[in-house]
Design a protein around this ligand. Structure first.
Ligand SMILES: [Zn+2]
Length: 234
């Protein structure tokens, strides 16, 4: 009943699976991926700090928008009046437009003064936002180059995984279905070493000492499994 050749192939299958598993772990635990994660966390933290300050400054931003809108409206009006002043006007029109212009210019100065005042009042927070923006900008090239590096590394790893998967497929094609089921079953049960050569009177999988009777029973059982660890002893 025993098929020693096929059973020893289980060791090869297990080694391929171990290599594939190692490569998959490398993808999530490599130096680059860890470095990238650290920087991403830093980036998000800065973004959230910035958001918090901006939330605190909500009233400031509303006032600022309002004043800036008034400034551009005043400038537009002054421009329009300037165009009118460049045309032929009679004395009263001239006086009228000049007065209007003076009013808008005065408003414009007031708005600009208010804008300076609220900027000054909030200068500490604005400075903090500015510094955060600089840090965020400084992090972007690092994040970009780490992402590229990681993509390349993962590409290489995927190629290796692909090769092992091919080898595995080829190997499995020579396996009887019963053996494949056994392997999958032991794997799903979390058996750490699925197949190994015996070492004198020890199970090669778990290392337990076996009596000669136990060893005899193992070697004469269907899949040569160790009764202690379920591993296949070859
Ligand atoms: Zn064992």
């Amino acid at each position: 009943m025993n098929e020693p050749f096929l059973l020893s192939n289980l060791i090869e299958l297990q080694e391929l699976d171990n290599e594939i598993f190692k490569l998959i772990s490398e993808k999530s635990e490599g130096t680059t991926v860890k470095e990238l994660k650290t920087h991403e966390i830093e980036f998000k933290k800065l973004q959230s700090d910035k958001q918090n300050i901006e939330n605190e400054l909500q009233l400031y931003f509303e006032a600022k928008n309002h004043i800036e809108k008034s400034i551009s409206e005043s400038q537009l009006k002054i421009n329009t009046i300037n165009e009118k002043l460049n045309t032929n006007l009679d004395a009263s029109e001239l006086q009228n437009y000049n007065l209007q212009k003076q009013n808008f210019e005065k408003n414009l100065l007031d708005y600009e003064k208010s804008l300076n005042e609220i900027n000054e009042e909030n200068s500490d927070e604005l400075e903090r936002i500015n510094n955060i923006d600089l840090s965020l900008e400084g992090l972007k090239p690092t994040l970009l180059s780490l992402s590229k590096k990681l993509q390349n590394e993962w590409g290489d790893i995927d190629l290796k995984i692909g090769k092992y998967e091919e080898e595995k497929k080829l190997l499995l094609s020579s396996f009887p279905k019963g053996i494949i089921d056994l392997y999958d079953d032991l794997k799903s049960k979390g058996v750490e070493v699925i197949a190994a050569y015996k070492r004198e009177n020890q199970c090669g999988c778990c290392g337990v000492d076996l009596t000669s009777n136990e060893m005899y029973e193992i070697m004469n059982s269907r899949f040569q499994q160790c009764p202690y660890c379920m591993g296949v002893v070859i």
